[in-house]
Design a protein around this ligand. Structure first.
Ligand code: XBP
Ligand code: MG
Length: 292
């Protein structure tokens, strides 16, 4: 194949078909004032004398998945009285205890969302609308439960938002949670897309690692409260947020940072300086262009 044909081949094979969104930290800042509060309410209701502080919870986020996080806590970090009681349970009883606590936590979390306490992050709805209007597929790949995703969308102001998504890949639909690639592989299967046809929008290191392990190259990181100091080596672009016409984006890093700096018009006041579909298309092309 000659060079021109090779480029054409790459362009066709890597035409953008789908946006895959993470949920917690990406669509909304849900962790510190959402999930953490719900975990603490579940502890109180169960009579467990422990509460996760914002800092303690930040460290616990290294363990993805609420049930996995609870298990890790009981195994390694719980106060002595709770740890002793936990150690006396059979493995099956431990699994049951965690499942019950987590169900209760999900109820508290969805109740909290119903109060309207947590909004979508800037630019999320704008980008979803733009992608949908352009005929791109939308997907979710998250570690949290389907109930939580549904509740977030239901209370985000657009009742039918959940129906915009071709697939909601959530929680236990796969055996291994992020940073394993499973949830992205699952989402791509349902989208009928290859990694070269997808852009992932994430906020965390386990999310980036999962997407990269699924061979997705175009990963946009929008930093969140708990992830703002993580090392995102390998991401295509790292920004503080998606931005809005009145809320300019700050580029923090990423392999394509310089390229996007110009594409976003950071030096040119006449160009938009927020992430829209055109910018994502350019980022995607840059990630998948053939190396000469
Ligand atoms: C982040 C997570 C989740 C949430 C809590 O998910 O790791 O575990 O902290 O939700 P995301 P659950 O992939 O969306 O960033 O308790 O339902 O697991
Ligand atoms: Mg996240």
């Amino acid at each position: 194949m000659n060079h021109a044909n090779l480029i054409l081949f790459y362009l066709i094979m890597s035409a953008l078909k789908a946006l895959i969104f993470d949920v917690d930290g990406t669509l909304a800042e849900t962790e510190r004032d959402g999930h953490r509060i719900a975990f603490n309410r579940a502890f109180t209701a169960a009579g467990d004398d422990c509460q996760w502080s914002p800092d303690e919870y930040g460290a616990l986020l290294e363990i993805t998945g609420g049930k996995e996080r609870l298990t890790h806590y009981f195994n390694h970090l719980a106060p002595a009285a709770i740890a002793t009681r936990w150690a006396q349970l059979s493995p099956a009883a431990q699994v049951e205890l965690v499942a019950t606590l987590h169900r209760q936590k999900t109820t508290y979390y969805t109740e909290l969302l119903a109060t309207g306490a947590i909004a979508l992050r800037p630019g999320v709805l704008r980008l979803l609308k733009e992608a949908r209007a352009a005929g791109l597929q939308l997907a979710i790949a998250t570690t949290t439960t389907l109930d939580n995703v549904t509740a977030l969308f239901t209370h985000a102001g657009l009742a039918d938002l959940i129906e915009w998504f071709t697939v909601i890949a959530a929680g236990d639909v796969v055996a291994n949670k992020k940073p394993a690639p499973d949830i992205f592989t699952f989402a791509m299967q349902h989208l009928h897309c290859t990694p070269a046809q997808c852009v992932v929008i994430e906020d965390s290191l386990p999310g980036l690692q999962a997407a990269m392990a699924a061979e997705i190259k175009t990963v946009l990181i929008t930093l969140s409260y708990y992830t703002r100091n993580q090392d995102f080596t390998g991401a295509a672009l790292v920004v503080d947020q998606l931005g809005e016409p009145t809320l300019p984006v700050t580029i923090v890093g990423g392999d394509c940072a310089d390229f996007i700096h110009h594409a976003l018009g950071c030096d040119d006041a006449s160009l938009p300086n927020y992430i829209d579909l055109t910018v994502l298309q350019q980022l995607h092309q840059q990630c998948w262009q053939p190396q000469s």
